[in-house]
Design a protein around this ligand. Structure first.
Ligand SMILES: C[S@@+](CC[C@H](N)C(=O)[O-])C[C@H]1O[C@@H](n2cnc3c(N)ncnc32)[C@H](O)[C@@H]1O
Length: 225
């Protein structure tokens, strides 16, 4: 798979230029609050980038838990590694892999995670259904999976649509991908949140005993949801 250039050359600047505090922090904070992880939980972070989810996750899981971050960009992972080292977290494992094709064995034992999360990353992957299927199949029954991603703002916030589209284009995301649309079919007890004028969509659901996988060519979903 061709690696997205913007997440190789600009990895060092990512945290500074990603509108984290004014916009995107709210989405990850909402999702992690909804996850409400127990101490000692093991969490998979798909498309983890520089590890901006890590400190919020660490506050819940503590040192007896663990984070496994997967990203296709070695440069983004280098920043995530630096973050973990600086914070003294010895419970972070980083894997360089394409989340849409990663071999489940690379992630460890089947269903070994208590939770999986992906923030602002699935919309960069044309084959996001495969990555979401992997998140679900790597998580134990009853564990939680969180998807945080972007769409055009709605209501009064729709005036920000050109800016939202520009930000997504610059970041290489497909703002119309809506990678949360299969969540109601694949997960149970789905909790939803919409933040920043609807630009950020959050879905968190539990893995049922017989969770469904959705094929890449699935067309049975209304992606406008
Ligand atoms: C917009 S950044 C988000 C990073 C992080 N999740 C966050 O919330 O800040 C998207 C990340 O997805 C990664 N990515 C894109 N395609 C990927 C793929 N197929 N497999 C794994 N990671 C991928 C990029 O390298 C980048 O680090």
């Amino acid at each position: 798979m061709k690696k997205p250039m913007r997440y190789t050359v600009s990895a060092r600047m990512y945290d500074a230029i990603s509108f984290e505090w004014p916009v995107y922090r709210a989405g990850r904070a909402t999702a992690i609050e909804l996850l409400a992880l127990r101490r000692g939980s093991h969490v998979l972070d798909i498309g983890c980038g520089t590890g901006l989810n890590f400190s919020l996750l660490q506050q819940q899981i503590g040192p007896s838990g663990s984070i496994t971050g997967v990203d296709v960009s070695a440069q983004m992972l280098a920043q995530a590694r630096r973050r973990a080292t600086d914070a003294g977290w010895s419970n972070v494992t980083l894997i360089e892999a394409d989340a849409t094709t990663v071999d489940a064995a690379e992630l460890g034992d089947e269903r070994r995670f208590d939770a999986a999360i992906s923030t602002y990353a699935l919309s960069l992957m044309p084959a996001w259904r495969s990555a979401l299927n992997t998140m679900i199949s790597a998580t134990r029954t009853g564990g939680d999976v969180a998807v945080v991603d972007m769409r055009t703002p709605t209501g009064a916030a729709a005036v920000w649509t050109p800016l939202a589209r520009l930000a997504c284009r610059l970041g290489g995301s497909d703002i119309d991908a809506h990678p949360w649309t299969t969540v109601p079919r694949q997960l149970a007890q789905v909790r939803s949140a919409s933040v920043r004028g609807g630009h950020i969509q959050v879905r968190v659901g539990s893995v049922p005993p017989d969770s469904d996988t959705v094929p890449e060519r699935d067309t049975t979903f209304d992606s406008s949801r």
